[in-house]
Design a protein around this ligand. Structure first.
Ligand code: ATP
Ligand code: MG
Length: 392
């Protein structure tokens, strides 16, 4: 029945002079998302509205599923689009539309006409009243309710006429690519994919880095991270995933530093390396899945110790989230089932029985000097041997 979708966008409507940049990026992202769907589509904007026209047969559910993952979309409205062939013909179309859309003709409704083309012979108020009457006659069990209608029937009169009453919620946010790029530290856990999703939702393009420690972490653990990156990329577009072999650095820290400080020192090296790659790839910040107090390495003092090795801002969108809240988002975006697969991640092998929860930055720095002899060389090798996986 539907050959056209009207795309509603909320936030980007208010960006003043830059508005067209946001709209163009949104159109670009919609095109990208629909490439994966069967059928051909024309996406265009007119007068502050974006329309998706299906040029061929297509799968309605598939298209809606893909559009629901495009940040910047507030609502997806399947519309019936007809030529202006007079008011009587329009009434026929509307009755036909309602008949097919609502099998139980038992609803309360309101007609909400908008006349964007002022030479239409009836004004909006008159359309609302006349159309309301036609609907009441066609479906005697319906009722008008102007305050809280079950069905809000929108009729937009432009060059053509658009009829719709269904608004499928989009993900909100801003189109990816309008907000620069950031480097996500992506592990195999529940938190970091959610963190990446949340920053991407604000329009930020995402690249990622994963610290791999073979043979202590398996190929399957790495594959799990690639799979998570793929799930996140359904929302963000292609992700450049940098896989860093971290084994020698970890073993060296294990050999030279107090075990209760292992995690903190290791995390400091992860941040340093991630920042190095971020700067080389024009990222404007780092992203982690940290949340205050979740584990020993995420107390305020631990975060301070990991944070001080970076110059770039570190975005921690989950900082105030409880685990349950993170799990909820993770289920919503589809990463949860993959995140909970039981493959060991980087840290589990090298964790101390009693990790420090209140690391003293001065002491940490002093212990890091134990690494002076070889660490630079090891970091350089890790960077030189990175594996780049383009995930899409
Ligand atoms: P997650 O569920 O995201 O794995 P976590 O609760 O296990 O997080 P930590 O292991 O302390 O917490 O890691 C905190 C953050 O550090 C992660 O959210 C992630 O951003 C980053 N991180 C941890 N391990 C790695 C890794 N092996 N590769 C890349 N980033 C990592
Ligand atoms: Mg983890």
């Amino acid at each position: 029945m539907f050959k056209t979708f009207l795309i509603k966008y909320a936030e980007i409507g208010v960006k003043g002079k830059n508005r067209y940049l946001f709209e163009d990026m949104l159109i670009h992202q919609i095109k990208h998302a629909l490439k994966k769907c069967e059928g051909r589509f024309d996406i265009h904007k007119t007068q502050g509205r974006i329309f998706v026209d299906a040029l061929t047969e297509y799968d309605y559910e598939e298209v809606v599923e893909h559009l629901k993952k495009v940040f910047g979309i507030a609502g997806i409205c399947p519309v019936v689009c007809v030529e202006d062939e007079g008011f009587d013909k329009l009434c026929e179309t509307v009755v036909d539309y309602l008949g097919k859309t609502y099998p139980e003709k038992h609803f309360t409704f309101k007609v909400n006409a908008r006349r964007a083309r002022k030479n239409y012979p009836k004004d909006s108020m008159t359309i609302n009243m006349d159309m309301g009457e036609v609907i009441l006659n066609a479906f005697p069990d319906t009722r008008v309710d102007v305050h809280q209608p079950e069905v809000m029937l929108n009729i937009e009169i432009r060059e053509k006429i658009y009829i719709y009453s269904i608004i499928i919620p989009g993900p909100g946010g801003m189109p990816v690519g309008t907000g620069g790029k950031a480097m996500l530290l992506l592990s195999g856990g529940i938190d970091s994919p959610v963190a990446g999703y949340m920053i991407a939702k604000r329009g930020v393009k995402i690249d990622a880095v994963y610290f791999h420690a073979p043979p202590y972490t398996s190929e399957r653990a790495k594959q799990k991270v690639v799979d998570l990156a793929r799930i996140v990329s359904e929302y963000t577009g292609p992700i450049y995933l940098h896989v860093i072999n971290f084994t020698d650095i970890q073993l060296y820290i294990h050999e030279k530093c107090p075990h209760e400080e292992l995690t903190i020192i290791m995390r400091r090296y992860m941040m340093r390396i991630a920042e190095h790659i971020a700067k080389e790839t024009e990222c404007l910040g780092l992203i982690t899945g940290e949340s205050i107090g979740q584990v020993a390495s995420q107390t305020m003092m631990s975060l301070m110790a990991t944070n001080e090795v970076c110059e770039l801002p570190v975005y921690r969108p989950l900082i105030g989230f409880d685990k349950e809240e993170i799990v909820e988002v993770s289920k919503k975006i589809g990463s949860y089932e993959t995140s909970i697969l039981p493959f060991e991640d980087c840290c589990t092998i090298f964790v101390a029985k009693h990790p420090v929860t209140k690391p003293n930055v001065n002491i940490i720095r002093r212990h890091e000097h134990n690494l002076d002899e070889q660490i630079e060389e090891l970091v350089k090798t890790a960077l030189d041997t990175e594996e780049l996986i383009i995930v899409e």
